[in-house]
Design a protein around this ligand. Structure first.
Ligand code: ATP
Ligand code: MG
Length: 400
């Protein structure tokens, strides 16, 4: 028998479902076991550094944060310490490292670095006014730290492409070549590490590449089950799998749908989440989706003509069968478009829609790749795919 009140359940629901916040605690981090193991191995091999990359919203920051917690050795005075900083579009090589050392100074005060606050201040990092200009400066400062540091640099993709990308590669190389026992972890949105690190070929041996693809159904289902279990809510058979499927690999949707469906259950003074709750939660998820997905969507399908096909064709694209890189051909849109409209359109009837989706005026939301004889299309922001599908369900164009 459960002891929680509905209010306590509601609070727990808010703890377990976090659509707008990265995961910080390992117990809330679902799946990704192999990647975690590989990152762990890299931290434990001298001369190895890490690049965590992937599409927007795949869970990069969460993996980095959880790793930061796991690799620390807070009980050991000389153990490893984690430092996490986030970059912005104003940053360059020098300002990123200033942030790192400022963060270390805060951690020092919080007795993270150097356990005993009464101990003599050995190797205290002082960053002078002249700052940090090159990899050599960074190396000297890092070597003066009393503890090995695991330095996480998140949102590295936001740093303007100036010297920073090459200087970071040079720093990794220098750390590896001179046996600095600290690890650099670069995190950012990218299709490949070449987008994040200039001259990455020269450091290929020194970095573990951790690519985050969209999450698996089993991993996303686990997020739902874990969350409901903690809030002491039951759920209809298969509901976790359904939420996972609707999320299309993007965990923020799993959190949104899990959260809002659970709230509807509690609003009805019930303790079992039903498919009816999920149906209602789809509208909630669309309204509360992060960022500007709503605007992105509306801009893509906007039209003054009532009989236009933009909504249907974009939904067809979201439903179209895709290759492992998320690319599809126009013919792949035919079958879903038939399902949506009940009409059998030739590809020629919606080719111009695809082209318009790739124009600035409509986003662009699609990108064209391939050659003239073999065009492929691709969503520029893959997080729009689950949004468009949920929208299709909400507006009755397709069934849940
Ligand atoms: N392994 C996981 N288990 C449970 N939830 C996760 C997991 N990974 C990510 N999430 C959730 O997914 C959402 C996106 O995660 P996160 O912010 O880490 O992604 P990101 O790739 O860093 O995004 P961005 O590209 O916007 O920086 C958050 O709500 C987070 O709580
Ligand atoms: Mg992030």
């Amino acid at each position: 028998m459960s002891s929680l009140t509905l209010n306590e359940r509601r609070n727990r629901l808010n703890t377990s479902f976090t659509p707008y916040k990265a995961i910080y605690l390992p117990e809330w981090f679902a799946g990704r076991t192999k990647l975690r193991d590989r990152a762990w191995d890299a931290v434990n091999s001298s001369g190895r550094h890490i690049v965590i990359f992937g599409d927007r919203g795949t869970g990069k920051t969460s993996l980095a944060r959880v790793l930061a917690v796991e690799v620390q050795e807070p009980k050991s005075p000389t153990g490893r310490r984690s430092i996490v900083v986030s970059c912005s579009s104003n940053d360059d090589f020098s300002s990123i490292w200033r942030k790192v050392f400022q963060e270390i100074q805060v951690t020092q005060r919080q007795i993270g670095f150097m356990q005993d606050a009464t101990a003599p201040v050995v190797g205290r990092v002082e960053v002078g006014e002249d700052g940090i200009e090159n990899p050599g400066d960074v190396r000297l400062l890092v070597r003066s730290l009393p503890n090995p540091a695991i330095i996480f640099i998140d949102e590295f993709d936001r740093v303007p492409v100036n010297g920073a990308h090459r200087l970071m590669a040079d720093t990794i190389k220098l750390f590896s070549d001179t046996g600095v026992d600290s690890t650099i972890v670069i995190v950012g949105v990218a299709d490949s590490i070449a987008d994040l690190i200039a001259g990455h070929e020269s450091i290929a041996r020194n970095i573990a590449q951790i690519q985050l693809l969209p999450m698996e159904l089993a991993e996303l289902s686990l997020i739902v089950r874990q969350g409901y279990k903690y809030a002491e809510l039951g759920s209809d058979r298969g509901l976790d799998g359904k939420i996972a499927e609707l999320s299309q690999g993007y965990p923020a949707y799993t959190h949104l749908l899990g959260l809002w469906a659970g709230r509807r259950t509690l609003d009805g003074n019930r303790t079992t989440v039903t498919y009816g709750d999920l149906d209602g939660a789809i509208g909630d998820a669309l309204e509360n989706a992060a960022g500007n997905l709503q605007q992105e969507y509306e801009r893509a399908v906007a039209s003054v003509r009532k009989d236009n096909l933009f909504r249907e064709v974009l939904l067809g694209c979201a439903l179209a069968e895709k290759d492992s890189l998320g690319r599809f051909a126009a013919v792949n849109v035919r079958e879903p478009l038939h399902r949506i409209t009940g009409k059998d359109y030739e590809t020629g009837a919606f080719q111009s829609h695809l082209a318009k989706f790739a124009e600035k005026q409509r986003g662009p939301v699609l990108k064209q790749t391939g050659t003239r004889r073999n065009y492929r299309w691709q969503f520029l922001n893959p997080q729009l795919i689950p949004y468009v599908r949920l929208n299709g369900i909400q507006t009755g164009l397709i069934d849940r």
